[in-house]
Design a binder for this molecule. Structure first.
Ligand SMILES: Nc1nc2c(ncn2[C@@H]2O[C@H](COP(=O)(O)OP(=O)(O)OP(=O)(O)O)[C@@H](O)[C@H]2O)c(=O)[nH]1
Ligand SMILES: [Mg+2]
Length: 219
């Protein structure tokens, strides 16, 4: 017997199917908020995507919604520069929020500061924010720059779930090791969900499960 959790957490078939249906329905871009005064009215639950620049936030949003170009992605870090809101469901059930990345060394300092304030203020102060998905590149695991964000979320008691991205880029054995280390760290953090999902937006791995996890957190 082993108690090492699998990289892909099991959800029951009904939850997977209900989530698939919801994400296959209407999803539309609502607006970009370059500053807090442009946020939409907080009328439905929100799920935010956070993580280092280039970790795959916009790609994961596209994979979840099954739409290739809903959120803009790029090989160059720093693509997403505002908070982008997407409406899910008709009638509206919840919103997905794609955010600028952190830890992007090449961006000018004042730009980085602006993004950081925007993201941090949103994360700490948004009443309808149900959960933040904190994305971590499978090849790198949790880095100090990620830990700063996790600490901020812990202190502000903002519920989050760590999600590994780009799982297709490493071998299964390497993925198992980084997953185990990430779970161990998540379980020590007060505001973190105890499970960590490994995903690949490229190959679709972990996507049905992450959909179910999103729905679970808004219900
Ligand atoms: N192989 C592989 N590549 C991926 C995956 N997810 C994202 N990428 C690639 O990683 C690069 C960055 O993806 P984005 O989704 O734009 O990353 P981001 O986190 O939104 O980046 P910023 O908006 O700059 O913070 C792109 O070239 C994607 O094609 C994945 O699951 N597998
Ligand atoms: Mg992006």
């Amino acid at each position: 017997m082993t108690d090492v959790p699998a990289p892909i957490e099991a959800f029951d078939a009904e939850a997977i199917e209900a989530a698939r249906k919801l994400f296959a329905g209407p999803i539309t871009f609502l607006r970009s908020a370059p500053a807090l005064q442009h946020l939409p009215d907080p009328v439905v639950p929100e799920i935010a995507f956070a993580g280092r620049s280039n970790v795959g936030k916009s790609s994961l949003l596209n994979a979840l919604t099954g739409r290739n170009s809903l959120a803009r992605t790029s090989v160059t870090p720093g693509r997403t520069q505002e908070l982008n809101f997407f409406d899910v469901g008709d009638p509206l059930r919840f919103r997905l929020v794609d955010m600028p990345g952190y830890g992007f060394a090449k961006a000018p300092k004042d730009v980085v500061r602006k993004w950081r304030y925007l993201v941090n203020d949103y994360l700490r102060g948004r009443v309808v924010l149900k959960r933040t998905l904190v994305l971590i590149d499978s090849r790198h695991g949790i880095k100090d720059v990620d830990r700063e964000v996790l600490e901020m979320l812990d202190k502000a008691a903002v519920s989050y779930r760590v999600v590994l991205t780009k799982a297709d880029k490493i071998k299964a054995s390497e993925l198992a090791a980084v997953h185990a280390a990430t779970v161990a760290e998540a379980r020590k953090r007060p505001a973190a969900h105890p499970e960590v999902l490994a995903t690949s937006s490229e190959k679709g791995m972990g996507i049905p499960e992450l959909r179910a996890a999103v729905i679970e957190s808004i219900d």
